[in-house]
Design a protein around this ligand. Structure first.
Ligand SMILES: NC(=O)c1ccc[n+]([C@@H]2O[C@H](COP(=O)([O-])OP(=O)(O)OC[C@H]3O[C@@H](n4cnc5c(N)ncnc54)[C@H](OP(=O)(O)O)[C@@H]3O)[C@@H](O)[C@H]2O)c1
Length: 258
């Protein structure tokens, strides 16, 4: 009999993931919140800040073997996972030729394989009423030049999550693809590298706490997609009607790129 209700949040050491941890700490139905990322010190700081409910697990999620080991760790924990937030991810805002093959593939490993593998290892510990939130992006709605891999990984996450949501209906587990526009986090310091051509204009920047709040509300309401704000909603709708070539042209114009 499982008796400990838990949340699992990846990429909880900063930004959007940390905001989810802050929100879930107040959820009295949860006994533990497993927070995962590479930086052990930041995870321990989270525990110092929010108390023993926070359970740090330092791990590189771009390596699927580490995720399988996390699955084995869960077997020892007697947990019922009420909520899994697959949030860890990174971007590089530059031309294809400005990042190495290794870094390109690492982005795919973390943003795609990491999301799939974490879901698969956590699902055996989930039951009716549990929720998965997979963090995609507004970039999921269209191909995006000069962040080509990042946007493609997020399209995968969006489509995968919506399809998995249908498959998991019979188990009473929901999957929500969260598609934020720009949010004020560390993503840019890490993603904007010295490049001649890259993303430099970040319009309608939102604070991650309000986006996280809406994402949780949408997940609890069983929505398969969560979109915050008028601008992102408008982009989503337009992406359904406008030809992709035109959308990419508008994007390049907005960024001052050719
Ligand atoms: N900020 C935005 O504008 C925006 C918009 C749309 C979607 N998103 C998505 O939101 C999610 C969170 O990003 P953020 O904006 O909060 O950026 P962030 O502040 O850079 O956070 C990224 C998190 O992922 C973790 N992470 C990175 N590589 C990892 C790895 N190999 N293994 C384990 N954890 C790893 C980082 O922790 P460590 O460094 O400690 O490992 C950090 O906790 C991402 O999926 C991102 O694509 C962000």
């Amino acid at each position: 009999m499982n008796n400990m209700n838990a949340a699992v949040i990846t990429g909880a050491s900063s930004g959007f993931g940390k905001e989810f941890a802050k929100l879930l700490i107040n959820d009295k139905s949860l006994d533990k919140i497993f927070v995962l990322s590479r930086n052990e010190e930041k995870l321990n700081n989270l525990k110092s800040e929010f108390g023993d409910k926070i359970q740090p697990y330092a791990v590189d999620l771009s390596d699927v073997e580490n995720i399988k080991n996390f699955g084995k760790f869960l077997e020892t924990q007697n947990v019922n996972i009420k909520i899994l937030i697959n949030n860890a991810g990174f971007a590089k805002f530059c031309s294809y030729e400005d990042i190495s093959i290794d870094e390109s593939l690492n982005m795919i490993n973390l943003n795609i394989s990491g999301v799939v593998a974490m879901g698969l290892v956590c699902l055996p510990f989930m039951e009716k009423g549990s929720h998965i939130l997979n963090i995609a992006s507004q970039a999921a709605f269209q191909p995006v030049p000069y962040q080509n891999i990042y946007s493609a990984t997020k399209s995968f996450v969006k489509n995968y999550s919506q399809a998995l949501n249908v498959e998991l209906k019979e188990k009473g587990i929901t999957v929500t693809a969260v598609c934020p526009g720009w949010m004020r986090t560390e993503l840019y310091n890490r993603g904007c590298i010295n490049t001649k051509k890259g993303t430099t204009k970040f319009v309608f920047m939102a604070e991650p706490d309000v986006v996280a709040k809406k994402a949780l509300k949408d997940a609890y309401n069983g929505k398969d997609i969560s979109v915050y704000g008028l601008y992102v909603n408008m982009c989503r709708i337009l992406s359904k009607f406008l030809p992709e070539k035109l959308i990419m042209k508008i994007w390049l114009l907005q960024q001052g790129l050719k």
